[in-house]
Design a protein around this ligand. Structure first.
Ligand code: HEM
Length: 327
């Protein structure tokens, strides 16, 4: 009754809620410098350990950046990707996560943090802080990481299978998958720029070389010269060979991957798909034309947004002592 009288204001209120709630649900309780009082050196410790790791194993930058993404997209950024299961039923055991590496680095950072401040810094926050260090170590810009995440204690193989986005995904689904996590079309194109570092297994894109429509054909949207080159490296059914996603600058955070996509040399369908939407395409074009005028800063902004997905904060969840095991 009251609502019919005040129909307009009710509608407005509902609309406000519709648009505000996802923002509130993502990231509430996080802040920059969360450990300032409880573990003042937390971020410096992460930086120090990561400096040691990167100096001997720079190829871990890609996998460690990807790990935060894989954590956040399944159940939110709450460290579930790190959990082991005695029956091999946790996220780690899902096929898309077989190619994750760097779990020992996370353990190493955790051990150093536990020594300095036992029981304070969550594994979920370690993933977010480590991801920033990988961006920095490869030549990207630093950004303030919000912290205060708590660790969840549930990790389910099937959720990783369902929620991690396959490389065969088209632009419509990509946009929807990002939107349902509070991420925009701009975040999609910016974060896809993470493929400027790291490697991929041939098996993640070989359908585009050998069997695109089930008739032994190649993907016509992929540059044919590039296909020929990739075929030299990736034989059919190759499950082990790695290729550089951004050949020549695989350990450098730059805009060359956007350049490749524009030249129809993006490795995954999901990368090529960025040419199929006017907004993502315009972003690529602009960054290429301007030498990455905003990409470096945009990446930090989008990483912070990604780091807010489905976080657990306050007194919920726990701070794990060992990242692979619930307390
Ligand atoms: C948009 C949807 C995305 C899809 C479909 C996708 C898919 C993939 C695939 C298939 C690989 C290769 C895995 C392998 O075969 O070893 C890969 C690697 C990688 N992805 Fe993505 N990705 C996406 C978004 C992201 C985001 C948002 C980030 C981070 C911000 C990211 C960072 C990386 C990195 C750094 C690697 C290299 C890993 C390594 O060197 O081992 N990806 N991605």
């Amino acid at each position: 009754m009251a609502c019919s009288k005040l129909f307009l204001s009710c509608l407005l209120l509902q609309l406000t809620f519709l648009f505000l709630v996802p923002e509130v649900a993502h990231g509430q309780g996080l802040k920059v410098g969360f450990y300032q009082k409880t573990c003042p050196n937390a971020e410096a410790i992460v930086k120090e350990v990561m400096g040691q790791v990167m100096s001997v194993a720079p190829s871990l930058s890609g996998p460690l950046l990807r790990m935060h993404f894989h954590d956040c997209f399944v159940r939110g950024c709450e460290g579930s990707v790190l959990l082991n299961s005695p029956t091999n039923q946790s996220e780690k055991n899902a096929i898309p996560n077989f190619s994750l590496r760097g779990f020992q680095t996370i353990d190493r950072v955790k051990t150093a943090l536990e020594k300095a401040c036992p029981g304070i810094v969550s594994c979920a926050d370690i993933l977010a802080l480590v991801a920033r260090e990988t961006v920095l170590a490869t030549g990207g810009l630093s950004y303030d990481v919000e912290t205060g995440r708590r660790d969840g204690n549930v990790s389910i193989l099937n959720e990783a299978l369902n929620d991690l986005i396959p490389p065969t995904t088209n632009i419509t689904i990509l946009k929807a998958d990002f939107a349902k996590r509070g991420l925009s079309v701009k975040d999609l194109v910016v974060l896809s720029g993470g493929h400027t570092i790291g490697t991929s297994h041939c098996s993640s894109f070989s359908d585009r070389l050998y069997n695109f429509t089930g008739k032994g054909d190649a993907d016509p949207t992929l540059d044919s010269k590039y296909i020929a080159r990739l075929k030299l490296r990736c034989k059919p059914n190759d499950q082990t060979t790695l290729v550089e996603m951004d050949p020549g600058s695989v350990r450098t955070f730059d805009i060359k991957y956007f350049d490749l996509i524009q030249k129809r040399r993006g490795l995954f369908t999901s990368d090529s798909a960025l040419l199929d939407d006017s907004e993502t395409k315009a972003y690529l074009d602009l960054q290429i034309k301007t030498g990455g005028s905003t990409f470096f800063e945009d990446f930090g902004v989008s990483m912070v947004k990604m780091g807010r997905i489905g976080v657990i904060t306050g007194t919920a969840g726990e701070v794990r002592k060992v990242c692979s095991k619930v307390n």
